[in-house]
Design a binder for this molecule. Structure first.
Ligand code: URA
Length: 197
């Protein structure tokens, strides 16, 4: 596990009784605290719960390799989750749990102040944008939304795990990441398009 980051990491929390039962530890975000891109997943799974780091299982492998293909290391970006404790049997976090953990996510967003937020999958997309999201259809769309009091640029993306179960999602996932990376200008020779917005 990475070193603790003061002001971003949650060291103790007992707000969600079921998650306190199911977690073995709180899984905080990792990566650069001044990253231009913040990826937001749903919540820790078994591997993340065990290792104390987001996206270290099979979905993490997909994400890492997609980042590597674009010349980025995990340490160049920030990766976090909507909820920091593993839900039992990998169920989706409840509305209450998402609400309880929102203050932690918002504090991380304010501290990192990324140029772009990339929610990975339906739960984080809907949680951040506060509306229904048809993720496959909207993946790659650039959306402006006020989050934690500040207008934020968001590129909707499918969850990396979706590419493992449905190969048609690979293209959708990679196109959304291409869009994200082209906006922040880290792709090979890419120009930042931030001035367009
Ligand atoms: N899926 C998520 O949404 N988050 C993780 O950290 C791992 C898998």
């Amino acid at each position: 596990m990475e070193q603790r980051v003061e002001g971003i990491d949650v060291l103790a929390c007992e707000q969600c009784p079921e998650l306190c039962e199911s977690r073995s530890q709180i899984v905080n975000g990792t990566g650069a605290t001044d990253a231009s891109v913040l990826f937001v997943g749903e919540g820790p799974g078994a591997n993340e719960d065990e290792q104390g780091e987001p996206f270290v299982g099979r979905s993490g492998d997909v994400l890492d390799s997609a980042l590597r293909d674009r010349g980025l290391a995990r340490s160049d970006v920030r990766i976090t989750n909507c909820v920091r404790c593993r839900p039992p049997e990998n169920r989706d976090p409840t509305t209450n749990e998402l609400g309880n953990c929102r203050e932690h996510l918002h504090r991380e967003i304010v501290a990192v102040d990324p140029e772009l937020i990339v929610p990975l999958g339906k739960v984080p997309s809907q949680h951040l944008l506060q509306r229904d999201v048809a993720v496959t259809k909207e993946a790659g769309s650039v959306v402006e939304h006020r989050i934690a009091g500040t207008p934020r640029r968001v590129v909707i993306c499918v969850h990396p795990a979706a590419t493992l179960y449905d190969s048609s999602q690979k293209d959708v996932f990679h196109r959304a990441l291409d869009e994200a990376v082209s906006i922040v200008g880290h792709d090979a020779g890419g120009q930042s398009r931030l001035s367009e917005y």
